[in-house]
Design a protein around this ligand. Structure first.
Ligand code: PLP
Length: 360
């Protein structure tokens, strides 16, 4: 007889989610370029919208997040029954595997890609099937389509890919969807969607448009990245009514808090400010990536607010050096570092260090 409670043995195989390291302000200016957050305040009016709801903190939030759902449905030109919300799109990822997978089913995703995919796969008792990225850090969509078996239930396509940066094109995505059986759910993870918006608001790839008329395709988006609300935890999925209904059953009740609902709603009123913000990020991203490439680093294209430096075995040492200089970046041991495009001063610290490291 054992004395400890019996837990799931397969949790030993689940890596703890590794968040970007935090640094506290000391003598050095301390910058976090480790978690793909945008620097600075929420969009105008958001703090006020949150303040307005403070007197109601004793009340449960609207469990259906009705106002936000209606507003998103209008914005996206979909039905409210096609939406499901969660505490960040990470939570929506988990709704997907819980809703789609039975024990032993397979979930395909590129690797390296978003770290939550293997976690939500195992938590759903499913099997991860990983397909290596191409040498230029892009998804190998033909290989992913070829990896489908009759156990495959879900395929995650992360575009732009976290942590490497490249996006898939609409033509590539459509071609891929032609090859995937219609009973396999394809999830287009567009956590960085807004960084692809042109100044007039035109998206570079719109998964929601691609998913129209394809009930096995769904899209994930979040308020954590471009909208700058990572601390509040709110994201959403757009799926066929049947898939969305199944996912909502797998969501934690009252997940999206009162303040998160209010802030997301107010953020959607600030599209012009958002477009200015993403244009500034794109401009700074181009400057930083050009500079890093001129130093000789093989930085892949990025359609997001971060870039990837393939430093191989030097990745962890470089992250350590950055930290000593007041900047956290995210190291993937023996692969590379993912660096958020943040404050100009922080980006310059990293470029300086990359310059010093060039001949190392
Ligand atoms: C950041 C991120 C998310 C979701 O973040 P949330 O804060 O949970 O909304 C989802 N997918 C990718 C690829 C991300 O990088």
């Amino acid at each position: 007889m054992t004395s400890a409670p019996r837990l799931r043995p397969d949790l030993h195989g689940v890596p703890a989610y590794r968040a970007g390291t935090r640094i506290t302000r000391g003598a050095l200016p301390a910058y976090s370029l480790a978690s793909n957050e945008v620097p600075g305040d929420p969009l105008p009016g958001v703090a006020e919208a949150i303040a307005e709801h403070l007197p109601r903190l004793n009340r449960y939030p609207d469990p259906a997040a009705t106002a936000l759902t209606v507003r998103l449905a209008e914005r996206l030109d979909v039905g409210t029954e096609e939406l499901t919300l969660g505490t960040g799109s990470v939570a929506v990822c988990q709704q997907i595997t819980l809703a789609a997978c039975s024990p032993g089913d397979e979930v395909i995703f590129a690797w390296r890609s978003f770290e939550a995919y293997p976690i939500v796969t195992t938590l759903a008792h499913a099997q991860a099937v990983t397909v290596p990225l191409l040498p230029d850090a892009r998804h190998d969509l033909p290989a992913m389509a070829a990896a489908v078996t009759d156990r495959t239930r879900v395929i995650f396509v992360c575009t732009p890919n976290n942590p490497t940066g490249p996006a898939v094109t609409e033509a590539e995505l459509v071609d891929f969807l032609e090859r995937v059986p219609p009973d396999v759910l394809v999830v287009v993870d567009e956590a960085y969607f807004e960084f692809g918006l042109a100044p007039d608001g035109t998206p570079s790839l719109d998964g929601v448009a691609v998913a129209r008329g394809r009930p096995n395709v769904m899209v994930l988006r979040t308020f954590s990245k471009a909208y700058g609300l990572a601390g509040l935890r709110v994201g959403y999925g757009v799926a066929s009514p049947a898939v969305a209904a199944a996912m909502r059953k797998c969501a934690t009740p009252f997940g999206v808090s009162l303040l998160a609902q209010a802030a997301a709603l107010a953020s959607l009123d600030q599209q012009d400010e958002l477009l200015l913000r993403v244009a500034a990020v794109r401009e700074e991203r181009a400057r930083v990536i050009t500079a890093a490439r001129e130093l000789g680093y093989a930085v892949p294209e990025s359609a997001a607010n971060f870039y990837w430096v393939p430093l191989g075995h030097r990745a962890e040492r470089f992250a350590h050096t950055c930290k000593e200089n007041g900047v956290t970046v995210r190291a993937f041991p023996d692969e590379g570092v993912r660096i958020t495009v943040g404050e100009t001063a922080a980006n310059d610290v990293v470029l300086d260090l990359l310059s010093q490291w060039r001949d190392d």
